[in-house]
Design a protein around this ligand. Structure first.
Ligand code: 5GP
Length: 183
């Protein structure tokens, strides 16, 4: 039987990456899609693991060839989900998770309305702003873009089927695993 797609979204800095890392350990049966991005790798990131790191030209080719299920620009870089791998895993009955920003989630809502859309919310707006400042991985420009974008993304919470508040990463991962297990 085909499995269900889960889309996890939420503002930059809310901790989507950490929650997904915990989920991998808790629920190894869940396949987490690997996105393409034109962003440069951060220290410790490996091509094909966190992302496929591609040039802007390669990204444009993927878009033109219709190979991305969704794609969006975020803080000056392009991000997109390779379509084929997602559809293949779902057809094989493997519960599949996308961790993507808001615009991409909206595109998936249109093309795959049966997916479940989960919003990861910060405990408070202040906590989110502090996390974004504290991360220290972005240039000043990118940080300003991420802060602005975070405000827009926070306002979109009500578009989602489920909301998980990220008070505690392990608990949020357990909540997400439980939702995915429901099918
Ligand atoms: P980061 O640069 O911090 O890894 O990711 C920036 C934002 O891009 C995050 O909100 C992340 O969820 C989102 N993102 C990662 N991959 C994709 C993707 O394939 N599509 C879309 N639309 N957003 C993505």
């Amino acid at each position: 039987m085909p499995a269900r797609l889960t889309v996890l979204s939420g503002p930059s800095g809310v901790g989507k990456g950490s929650v997904v890392r915990s989920l991998r350990a808790l629920a190894p049966r869940v396949w987490v899609s690997v996105s393409c991005t034109t962003r440069a790798p951060r220290p410790g990131e490996t091509d094909g693991v966190e992302y496929y790191f591609v040039s802007p030209e390669q990204f444009a080719e993927l878009v033109d060839a219709g190979e991305l299920l969704e794609h969006a620009e975020f803080a000056g870089n392009c991000y997109g989900t390779p379509r084929r791998a997602v559809l293949d895993h779902l057809a094989d009955g493997v519960p599949t998770l996308l961790e993507i920003e808001l615009e991409g989630a909206r595109q998936v809502r249109k093309s795959m309305p049966d997916a479940r859309f989960v919003f990861l919310a910060p405990p408070s707006v202040d906590a989110l702003m502090q996390r974004l400042y504290g991360r220290g991985t972005e240039s000043a420009d990118a940080l300003v873009q991420r802060l602005e974008r975070a405000q827009v993304e926070l306002a979109a919470e009500e578009e989602f089927d489920e909301v998980i508040v990220n008070n505690d990463v392990e608990q949020a991962a357990r909540d997400l695993a439980a939702l995915i297990a429901e099918g």
